[in-house]
Ligand binder design. Structure first.
Ligand SMILES: Nc1nc2c(ncn2[C@@H]2O[C@H](COP(=O)(O)OP(=O)(O)OP(=O)(O)O)[C@@H](O)[C@H]2O)c(=O)[nH]1
Ligand SMILES: [Mg+2]
Length: 344
């Protein structure tokens, strides 16, 4: 397994053109119950037929280490083709043929934007780093690009207050967003996160995926659960034809009353308007021994348990540490397959 894993991580080359020319299959999740999933629906017909195919596929081999694990199966991989070696360590992510050049050769801070309309206007794909203030968003960016201070970090929450675009290999962006929920921060550092970030999500057609960062060194936090739950319900929201953003205004919201009443977040407008592929990135997984409570893997399990009912299909997730580099290469490889698929 190690050899194969290393080969996957070390090869880091673009898949052969024949694979890239293949019609993209949807991302799916391989469950014991055989649920399937698509992230961004580029071709609903194809997704539907492939989903039913997934639903009929035979279960994975009983000998596989990840039996019972909810796997993220990328385009080009049939769930019943998945082997142990194809699953990235510390994650539920299967590596498929769209995984490509994950090396970061150069990175530059491009700009800070106070509003979405100030963000770079080009067609480069981008990944948004979302999460609670102090969860480690800026640190993760530094770890991914292997530079200490490309993104500014701080022990105090509320450090990142603008939309920061980092250009990688002159071809794609990582976007550091301000964190949500820093009630403990000084007043000066507080801001209307929702209004601020909403504009970003509504205006970025080039968004490949959202990486939602969750601190694995602490038990599940309500604010993260709220955020994750809303992202999960977004899939449901989309099927209600809700919410149209036009001329700078939200003009319709046809959600069932019960869902409107249960709103505790202002996520509804933008997450209902767009179906955004997401990955849970669990941070601070190095804090194994230091934490007094549960271990990060237990916190991760608890978190996933708590959000499960809001997800018909479970997202990709991965364990990381910006201190030890855990999950760094794996996350980059995953981002490359999302990117290459998006590029089709
Ligand atoms: N042990 C450990 N500490 C981390 C890790 N990632 C971040 N930290 C620490 O957590 C604190 C916050 O990190 P930041 O990267 O600034 O967090 P942020 O999410 O960007 O915060 P805001 O900009 O306020 O939204 C810093 O003291 C980091 O050193 C990690 O993987 N392990
Ligand atoms: Mg930050």
């Amino acid at each position: 397994m190690l050899v194969l894993r290393n080969r996957m991580l070390a090869s880091l080359v673009l898949p052969p053109p024949s694979l890239l020319l293949r019609k993209p299959a949807p991302f799916s999740f391989c469950l014991p119950t055989r649920l399937s999933h698509s992230t961004r629906c580029r071709n609903p017909t194809q997704n539907a037929s492939s989903a039913s195919k997934t639903a009929q596929s035979p279960p994975m081999s009983d000998g596989a280490r990840f039996v019972g694990t909810v796997l993220f199966v990328p385009p080009g991989v049939e769930p019943d083709e998945v082997t142990d070696e194809m699953v990235l360590p510390g994650s539920n992510i299967v590596v498929g043929p769209y995984a490509g050049d994950a090396r970061i050769r150069e990175v530059e801070f491009l700009k800070s934007s106070p509003r979405a309309k100030d963000c770079p206007k080009d067609d480069r794909p981008e990944f948004a780093i979302l999460g609670r203030s102090n969860v480690g968003k800026s640190s993760l960016i530094n770890a991914l690009v292997r530079k200490k201070e490309v993104a500014l970090t701080s022990k105090k929450p509320g450090k990142t207050q603008l939309i920061n675009h980092f250009l990688v290999n002159k071809s794609w962006y990582i976007v550091d967003l301000p964190g949500y929920g820093f009630a403990k921060a000084p007043n000066a550092a507080q801001m209307n996160w929702s209004a601020f970030t909403k504009g970003y999500f509504l205006n970025r057609d080039t968004l490949v995926a959202v990486l939602l960062l969750i601190d694995a060194s602490v038990p599940p936090q309500k604010i993260d659960l709220d955020c994750a739950n809303w992202l999960g319900r977004n899939n449901v929201c989309c099927s209600f034809n809700v919410n149209i953003y036009k001329d700078g205004h939200f003009i319709t919201c046809l959600l069932p009353q019960c869902q409107i009443q249960s709103l505790s977040w202002n996520f509804l407008p933008f997450f209902c308007a767009f179906q955004i592929p997401m990955t849970f990135v669990f941070t601070k997984c190095d804090k194994m021994k230091a934490s007094k409570g549960k271990r990060p893997d237990e916190n991760i399990r608890d978190f996933q348990q708590l959000i499960r009912e809001n997800y018909r299909q479970h997202p990709a997730w991965i364990m990381t540490s910006s201190v030890t580099g855990l999950g760094r290469d794996e996350l980059l490889l995953h981002m490359s397959q999302l990117r290459n698929y998006w590029d089709q």
